[in-house]
Each structure stands twice: as structure tokens, then as C-alpha cells.
Write a protein that binds this ligand. Structure first.
Ligand code: TPP
Ligand code: MG
Length: 334
């Protein structure tokens, strides 16, 4: 990879970390409300996988920890931040919030609050690609906890049976809210769970972006060349609590957190690039300053200055904004 691309990737990961940490601050200032799940610590996975996909062509779908996936897939960061602020200029016009970023232009198909919901939708997107005869693929990110949902097993079966062009990316961060994986899941190596569906799979370090990109490239080649679905598992760790209602992550030890902090994906990549003389420490400091300025003076400013949706527009993007009273009646009576 060229030095310019390596620098760009390092800057992107620094940007994603700062974006998330700035969301935390805005939430504490009551400028962002509702649910907020941060991605700090897992940046190498979404950045590395989506570096290898075709931006705006391949379809990308994920769960509620979705800001970084959306931006890397091509959704403008300003619009993602404005969505978190509930503003009319947001990706979902301020109606969705953190868990429901959506950008069809970027082929970023959401942001879903229900655990396991994206699996069958990803299979549907892949079926559409196959049906249309394009060589686009669907990329479905999901957590280790989601793999215990029924939708996981139903989708793996159909995706394999129908040979669908879908890449499943499991971000195994070891926890589902406060439950450690070995307390909820009989087979903790997630990549082994798809063997029963005859799906090719592998497990990799999710903290090293070069490893992520190499593994993703091979998996994408498998899917795009018509060999059917692929399931790729990355071992990673979220540095913050599950969401803003879990600020202390009291269910895990400080030693464990420190161990994973030593393998922070940004620190690892920065050290690698400094050692290879691609960047200097001063370059990285300048990058951090530049990123902070961009987030503060462009992205947050845009979100703060954007208008809130008008009350009279409440139904504007509702599919049926003139509901048939026949459907309301039984609900009222029940
Ligand atoms: C259908 C459904 N059941 C339960 C929940 C509550 N819930 C929210 S997040 C979560 C854990 C998911 O963990 P994982 O898939 O590992 O993702 P992570 O948060 O680690 O990224 C649960 C059970 C939900 N949102 N949807
Ligand atoms: Mg998890």
C-alpha cells in the first residue's frame, strides 16, 4: 500500500475516534439524546473492511453501533452528526437518531436497533444483486451477541442454499451489553458456527488494520467471484461501555481493559507507520489537531446550526401519512 494511503487510513481512524468522543461530549451536554452506542476501540474493523469494498456500489448494513460504518461507506459526516442532533439536515432528516443512520446514495442501508435484524435484510440485498446480475455484494456487520438470534441461523441457511453474494462480518468484542461471550454462547469462536451451513469462514485479529484489510480482501474476492457467502470474524474490544447508560462497564476488570488498550488499533497503526518512517510523531500530532478542527468547526458547527424538524412536518416521511381509519379502529378497541 502506498504511503499516502497509509497516512489517509491513519487519519481516518483518528477522525472516527474523535467523532465518537465528540458525540460522548455532546451527549453529556444534552445536545444528543436517546440511545448512543460508541465504536471507540473497534475502528480497524469497519475502516479496514470497507476500505476493500466498492464505495457506493456494494451494499453495507449494520446494527446500532453504526456511525463509523456509515461515514466510511460514504455518508457525509456532517449529516451523520446532524442526525445525532435530531436535525432536519441529518441522514434520516433527524427522525432516526444514532441507531438509524441511512444513506441510500452511499448504499448504506442502515443502522438497525433490533439485534439480528440486519441478517435477513443483507440476504435480501444480496439476492437483489444476484437477481440483477451485477457483481455487487452485500456486507453485513454484526456483533457476537447477535449470532444467538434466530435470524442468524435462518439467514445463514438461506444465504448458503441460494449461494448469495453476502459477506458477514462478525465484530466479536467479547460482550453483549454486560454479558461476556462465554456466559451466553456455547461456541465462543464465532467463525465455527457457520460450518453447519457449509459457509466458508475465518477468524482474525481485529486490532491490526493491515490484517483486517488482507483478510477482508480475500473474503470479498470469494464472495464477488460467485463462490457464495463468507463469514469473517474479527476479535476486537469496545473501549467504552455498551451505551451511554453504561458508562462504567462494571462487569469487566480494569486489567482486561488495560490489556486491550495496549492493543488500541490507532496506536498500533501509528507505531507501525512511525517505525516505517511513513509519518513522524509531529505529523501525527498535526493530524490530530487537523481532525479536531474539522470536527469542531465544520461537522459539529453544521449540526448545531441546522434547524430542528418542524412540528407540522411530523408525518412528512411517514410512508402512509394519511392512515386508513380501518387500521386504527381494531388497535383502539384492543
Ligand atoms: C431483538 C433484540 N433483543 C434484544 C435487544 C437488546 N440489546 C441491545 S444490544 C444487545 C447486545 C448485542 O451485542 P452484540 O451483538 O455483541 O453487539 P455489540 O453491542 O457488542 O456491538 C442486546 C441484547 C435488542 N436491541 N434487540
Ligand atoms: Mg458484542
Amino acid at each position: 500500500m502506498k504511503a499516502a494511503d497509509q497516512k489517509r487510513l491513519l487519519r481516518e481512524m483518528i477522525f472516527f475516534r474523535r467523532f465518537e468522543e465528540r458525540c460522548f461530549e455532546a451527549y453529556m451536554e444534552h445536545k444528543i439524546g436517546g440511545f448512543l452506542h460508541l465504536y471507540s476501540g473497534q475502528e480497524a474493523v469497519a475502516t479496514g473492511v470497507l476500505e476493500m469494498t466498492r464505495r457506493g456500489k456494494d451494499y453495507v448494513i449494520t446494527g446500532y453501533r453504526d456511525h463509523v460504518h456509515a461515514i466510511k461507506a460514504g455518508a457525509p459526516a456532517r449529516e451523520v452528526m446532524a442526525e445525532l442532533y435530531g436535525k432536519e439536515t441529518g441522514s434520516s432528516r433527524g427522525r432516526g437518531g444514532s441507531m438509524h443512520i441511512f444513506d441510500p446514495t452511499a448504499h448504506f442501508m442502515g443502522g438497525y436497533a433490533l439485534v439480528g435484524q440486519p441478517f435477513p435484510l443483507a440476504a435480501g440485498l444480496a439476492l437483489a444483486c444476484k437477481y440483477k446480475g451485477t457483481d455487487e455484494i452485500a456486507v453485513c456487520f454484526l456483533g457476537d451477541g447477535a449470532n444467538n438470534q434466530g435470524t442468524f441461523h435462518e439467514t445463514m441457511n438461506m444465504a448458503s442454499l441460494w449461494h448469495l453474494p453476502v459477506l458477514f462480518v462478525c465484530e466479536n468484542n467479547q460482550y453483549a451489553i454486560g454479558t461476556r461471550i462465554d456466559r451466553s454462547t456455547a461456541v465462543t469462536d464465532q467463525y465455527k458456527r457457520v460450518c453447519g451451513y457449509n459457509i466458508s469462514s475465518s477468524q482474525h485479529d481485529g486490532q491490526d488494520i493491515d490484517t483486517v484489510m488482507d483478510a477482508a480482501a480475500k473474503a470479498i474476492e470469494h464472495v464477488r467471484s460467485g463462490k457464495g457467502p463468507y463469514f469473517i470474524e474479527f476479535l476486537t474490544y469496545r473501549q467504552r461501555g455498551h451505551s451511554m447508560s453504561d458508562k462504567t462497564a462494571a462487569y469487566r476488570s480494569k486489567e482486561e481493559e488495560a490489556e486491550w488498550a495496549r492493543r488500541d488499533p490507532i496506536t498500533l497503526y501509528r507505531d507501525k507507520l512511525v517505525k516505517a518512517k511513513v509519518v513522524t510523531d509531529a505529523d501525527v500530532k498535526a493530524m490530530e489537531r487537523d481532525v479536531s478542527n474539522e470536527i469542531e468547526n465544520d461537522i459539529v458547527k453544521f449540526a448545531e446550526e441546522s434547524p430542528v424538524p418542524k412540528v407540522e412536518d411530523l408525518n412528512k416521511y411517514v410512508l402512509d401519512d394519511n392512515p386508513d381509519p380501518r387500521w386504527i379502529g381494531p388497535l383502539q378497541n384492543s
